[in-house]
Design a protein around this ligand. Structure first.
Ligand SMILES: *Cc1c(COP(=O)(O)O)cnc(C)c1O
Length: 379
């Protein structure tokens, strides 16, 4: 099955095979070496030496929750920039932990306005940290991480970025963007398996955080930092999923993060040319689109379920819209260990299952064979 959902993604045979490296006790030297190897590779791929990677067992949301629960000094507030399901999720986490939170809600189809963030930071001195999603997977929109980072610098706020679906797929330089705490996961553009996630935390923030009150036991980042310094982990990690992450990171470094980004961008370009040829309409203007996910309007009179099931019969898994968009859009991601032929195959499958131009009134422009420019074979 070719997975065109934004994680979990198809992984390489090499990553799959890593699961079979063998049984291992996490208190043995071998695990410490594995853990160190993963952390060292994360630093090389994303962080640089100003950051410490902390690996937790759990999906991306677990580590996002750890980040939100750990980031605030007592009595201070989190400003959440929310323009999608995942921005909303950050706010929900803060509320679940009874943390003071201000939410700057914006349209799902647009990046937030930095001026409005500036106004809040000027007005509300209780705000200690700002949180924003890097790649809003709801719509495939890239948020202005650098602009907001510059505001955080000017106003001396801690900056939390959910880059769960961005790391490995988009260019991002944590230090340059002024990020203090960046959340990532194994099973999206890093091409590992689901079950472990991580943060890259600036050393300066970790020093401050150590004095903040713990708001949970498992999800308190300073605990992981203390253990990592001593070469241990506090709880049983998902050992085999760590093997897979280690292998996926090795592959990422061999391919090169920049080369991976280019590969994804090319796949997205190919898909988008095909979508246009098929008469499909994209939700976002080009300037805001990520390299790895495209949100498309559902053609009239075609339900998502029907489209999903027909494409699935041909071996492709697509993804629904969320929330208010669930009846309006569908999403096609291009993350994971997939050759370009897989995306050509996806376009041919769409061509076969979408209603024809004239008889369903879905696109006047769509010719009988819209994909003549795409080669046969593969997929
Ligand atoms: C996928 C995703 C998450 C949640 O990750 P889970 O692994 O499903 O918990 C959070 N934020 C963003 C931006 C995502 O794309």
């Amino acid at each position: 099955m070719i997975l065109l959902n934004p994680g979990p993604v198809n992984v390489s045979p090499r990553v799959q095979k890593a699961l079979l490296r063998g049984d291992l006790c996490h208190r043995e030297k071998d695990f410490i070496e594995l853990h160190n190897a993963i952390r060292e590779k994360l630093t090389r791929a994303f962080g640089g030496t100003a950051y410490r990677p902390l690996v937790l067992t759990g999906s991306g949301t677990a580590v996002l929750e750890a980040a939100v629960a750990s980031i605030l000094p007592p009595q201070r507030k989190l400003l959440v920039v929310d323009n999608g399901v995942y921005g909303e999720r950050i706010a929900s986490i803060a509320r679940a932990h009874r943390l003071p939170v201000t939410v700057l809600k914006g349209a799902w189809t647009r990046p937030p306005d930095p001026d409005r963030i500036r106004q809040i930071l000027r007005r509300d001195r209780s705000v200690a940290a700002v949180a924003m999603v890097h790649h809003e997977t709801t719509t495939g929109l890239i948020n202005p991480v650098r602009e907001v980072g510059a505001l955080c610098r000017t106003h001396r706020k801690t900056y939390l970025v959910d880059a769960i679906s961005g790391l490995g797929g988009e260019e991002i330089d944590l230090e340059r963007e002024g990020i203090d705490l960046c959340v990532g996961t194994a099973n999206k553009c890093i091409q590992g398996l689901p079950g472990v996630s991580f943060v890259l935390a600036s050393k300066a923030l970790l020093r401050r955080m150590a004095a903040f009150p713990p708001r949970g036991l498992y999800l308190h980042l300073p605990l992981y930092d203390r253990h990592a310094s001593q070469g241990t982990v506090p709880f049983t990690p998902s050992v085999q999923i760590c093997y897979a992450l280690d292998e996926a990171l090795a592959e990422l470094l061999e391919e090169g993060v920049s080369a991976r980004i280019v590969r994804y961008r090319r796949a997205a370009d190919l898909l988008r040319r095909g979508f246009t040829a098929l008469g499909l309409r994209m939700m976002l203007p080009e300037a805001w689109r990520s390299n790895t996910l495209t949100a498309l309007h559902l053609p009239p009179r075609l339900s998502y379920t029907t489209l999903h099931d027909r494409i699935r019969e041909k071996g492709f898994v697509i993804y629904a819209g969320q929330g208010a968009l669930s009846r309006k859009i569908f999403r096609i991601a291009n993350m994971g260990h997939l050759p370009i032929e897989a995306f050509e195959g996806c376009l041919r499958a769409l061509d076969a299952v979408l209603p024809r131009a004239d008889d369903r009134g879905f696109s006047k422009k769509r010719p009988a064979s819209a994909l003549s420019t795409f080669p046969k074979g593969g997929g």
